[in-house]
Design a protein around this ligand. Structure first.
Ligand code: SF4
Length: 622
């Protein structure tokens, strides 16, 4: 195989059963990098603007990152791309584990699936050879059972597979794609897109090897990263993630205002005080349940852990440690400090293939509706959705997973559920219909710009100034002067990081400039920091253009108001804070080159970036 990438994309059409391989030039890979960079380029041209996300005209891509399989530290993530059935626009969701590197080792930088099958199928790729196989015996099984079934059927003990559970089969708009039992490409309903194609799994086995162009330089960068993890400015945080996962500091996050509380209407300290908040932090119970750490491919940190809850109300002998986002969504958002109930809900979500952020946030929305008499026991099937009711939370999560009773409605996600019921709109907390993640813009204001204006709205892994502000003192956090460069710069870097298949935590672990040097050393390209920022800007514009082509108006007010403090909270750590989102987007436009009235990229800015000829033609003609 040789080199850092394969330069090959496999296309499989489930309607005709045909497959073809497209060879990519070096220039093409350098322009769009990999992951969702190449995914956006392909889907922009392939998916019709009016395609039904749950119809055969939608395409779904499984895209490895440029650095997957090269031995780059933190370089094990891949991305699922498609048109989202939640936002009706661009969707990408990335996941760790080993699937991305395995796909490359099997001979492909990405797999694009089009059409839909009549019967359940899975795609098996074994060292370059791809087959569509019958999955009737796997349909109805959860993600763990499916993986075991695939291993048995293929005889490959180290098989890697991207799988949907029953949630994706039943087209839940909160359904996701799971690999290695616990790693999730969580957001935007990509599980339902697979389900609509009756595509149960992508199973891969590969033995290919990759080489990097400048091995000594590559090795030196890895050593710098390892050193920075020991004594760099973020070493403490990184070591904390390694010891307790992302949820070690959840208690502190709730108390200082980072974690939204009570469906974004409450506040840490006042609604959830220290004694309750600290019960949710993994720090409080890790030694009780932890049965062993795990890490994604080539990760020196390893933020994952297997858990075993042996007794109590919800025993789960073989499960995984919940992430911070899950602890926020199933915990603070519902004033629920019962950690074992969150571990149980996390287990249900992973097995059935549900996004924990959307599932938890949707129940939190239903809870506020219930507490205000908008939803009654007659509708919930006697489940009392009162704040902090851990039994009700677990019962409702199972009902959503099974799509039984009221769970069938909540499986649509909060916005579609409100539409179905014709009520509860005033308590929705989302951006273009997708539930918001667990970092509050009233704490780190930059998240407001990201949640509202990223081409995948409502995400916390899209860079921007919010992620930097989280570690700033309040006077700098709330200072809105001239943050456009910081906001856009970190966004563009994140575009490349995600497309290269690097984990978001590499940001904190690696010294500045390491990513561009890693890419240059792996590929042999002349690729510096400016090239990296230009490439990120190109990928961001490409994803934005997908939404414009699909008919979305970026000026539309798609972010619900609590997140920006309209009106501001009257107590707690975020008291009195309102975000000046108009100023944020104005500063962002100055850097990216968008028209401030229409929020469309100007022709000049697109021409300057290059590699966006089709976008220019669609927006401005030839
Ligand atoms: S830090 Fe965690 S999510 Fe990131 S690559 Fe390592 S194990 Fe995977």
């Amino acid at each position: 195989m040789g080199g850092a990438y394969t330069g090959r994309i496999l296309f499989v059409d489930l309607l005709s059963g045909k497959q073809r391989v497209e060879e990519l030039s070096e220039e093409y890979v350098k322009t769009y990098i990999g992951g969702y960079g190449i995914g956006a380029k392909i889907l922009y041209e392939l998916v019709r603007p009016d395609a039904d996300p749950l119809g055969p005209d939608n395409a779904i891509g499984f895209m490895s990152g440029l650095l997957n399989g090269t031995g780059a530290l933190f370089g094990g993530r891949y991305t699922v791309v498609c048109k989202s059935p939640v936002t009706n626009g661009w969707n990408d969701a990335n996941s760790g584990g080993f699937f991305g590197p395995e796909l490359k080792k099997a001979g492909y930088d990405g797999l694009i699936v089009t059409g839909a099958s009549q019967k359940p199928v899975y795609i098996y790729i074994n060292d370059g050879k791809a087959e569509i196989r019958d999955a009737s015996n796997l349909w109805g099984k959860d993600t763990v059972q499916t993986l075991e079934g695939l291993i048995e059927e293929t005889g490959e003990k180290k098989l890697r597979a991207a799988i949907i559970g029953q949630a994706g089969e039943m087209l839940s708009l909160m359904s996701c794609v799971i690999n290695e039992k616990h790693r999730a490409a969580g957001r935007g309903g990509c599980g339902a897109v697979m389900g609509s194609k009756r595509l149960k799994a992508i199973a891969v086995k590969g033995t290919g090897k990759f080489s990097v162009a400048k091995p000594d330089e590559f090795k030196a960068i890895s050593s710098e990263i390892l050193q920075s993890m020991k004594d760099g400015p973020m070493a403490g945080m990184i070591q904390g993630f390694g010891a307790f996962g992302t949820g070690g500091g959840t208690g502190g996050n709730i108390l200082k205002g980072d974690t939204p509380v009570k469906n974004w209407g409450g506040a840490g300290e006042t609604d959830m005080g220290p004694s309750e908040a600290e019960k949710l932090a993994t720090l409080a119970y890790d030694d009780r349940y932890n049965t062993g750490k795990y890490a994604c491919a080539n990760c020196p940190l390893g933020c994952g852990a297997h858990y075993s809850v042996k007794d109590g109300k919800w025993p789960v002998p073989d499960t995984d440690r919940p992430e911070y986002e899950t602890l926020g969504a199933f915990g603070a958002m519902m004033l629920n400090s019962n950690a074992e109930s969150v571990i149980k809900c996390n287990d249900i979500c992973n097995k059935y293939g549900l996004d924990t952020i959307s599932a938890g946030a949707t129940i939190a929305w239903a809870m506020e509706c219930y507490e205000n008499g908008i939803i009654t026991k007659a509708e919930t099937g006697d489940i009392a959705l009162t704040w902090g009711n851990a039994d009700a939370i677990v019962e409702m999560t199972q009902a959503i997973a099974d799509q039984k009773g009221f769970g069938r409605i909540l499986a649509l996600g909060s916005e579609a559920a409100a539409k179905k019921l014709g009520k509860g709109f005033e308590y929705l907390q989302n951006a273009r219909g997708i539930e918001l993640p667990m970092h509050d813009p009233r704490f780190a204001p930059g998240f407001a710009r990201t949640y509202r204006y990223d081409p995948t709205p409502g995400r916390h892994v899209k860079g921007g100034s919010g992620i930097i502000e989280m570690n700033m003192p309040p006077d700098l956090r709330y200072n809105v002067k001239d943050k456009g460069q910081m906001d856009a710069g970190n966004t563009f870097e994140t575009e490349v990081q995600n497309s290269a298949g690097l984990c978001a935590f590499s940001n904190f672990a690696a010294p500045p400039g390491a990513m561009a040097r890693y890419i240059a050393a792996a590929t042999g390209w002349d690729f510096n920091e400016k090239d990296l920022l230009d490439t990120g800007k190109r990928i961001f514009n490409l994803r934005h253009a997908f939404n414009l082509k699909a008919g979305q108006d970026p000026t539309e007010d798609i972010l619900t108001k609590r997140a920006t403090g309209e009106p501001p909270l009257t107590e707690g750590p975020l008291k009195g804070i309102t975000i000046d989102i108009k100023k944020q987007i104005s500063q962002f436009c100055d850097v990216i080159g968008w028209d401030k009235e229409t929020l469309k990229p100007t022709r000049e800015s697109l021409e300057e970036i290059g590699g966006l000829e089709k976008v220019i033609e669609d927006l401005y003609g030839k």
